[in-house]
Design a binder for this molecule. Structure first.
Ligand code: SF4
Length: 106
């Protein structure tokens, strides 16, 4: 009987936590996108990948004051929580914390 009571209690505890996990899922997704993979590499063309390599683009440049977010070519998306924006040079998504050698002060 004791084990049965424990099982019900444990099941109830887990059931109460489910809404919390569901509510946190979008936040976790946004956080995981903020530093990396704003542009899905599988969706980029060969020339887009080459341009990013040529300009030494990185998704996260934490040690630099120059980042995509303060670059002339960067425009943020409406969903700023994603940490992603649009680069005019790449004509595609980049990370706000990213950097490339074509950075220009905005
Ligand atoms: S030009 Fe480079 S630094 Fe500027 S937004 Fe595009 S990728 Fe970022």
């Amino acid at each position: 009987m004791s084990a049965d009571k424990f099982s019900r209690r444990r099941l109830l505890q887990l059931a109460l936590r489910l809404p919390l996990f569901a509510a946190a899922a979008p936040l976790i997704t946004a956080c995981s996108r903020s530093g990396t993979n704003c542009a899905d590499p599988d969706l980029l063309t060969t020339s887009e990948i080459q341009l990013r390599k040529t300009l030494e683009y990185v998704e996260l440049a934490p040690d630099r004051p120059e980042n995509c977010v303060n670059c002339e070519f960067f425009t943020s998306e409406t969903d700023t929580a994603s940490g992603c924006g649009h680069c005019e040079l790449f004509n595609g998504a980049v990370s706000a914390g990213g950097y490339c050698t074509s950075w220009a002060n905005s």
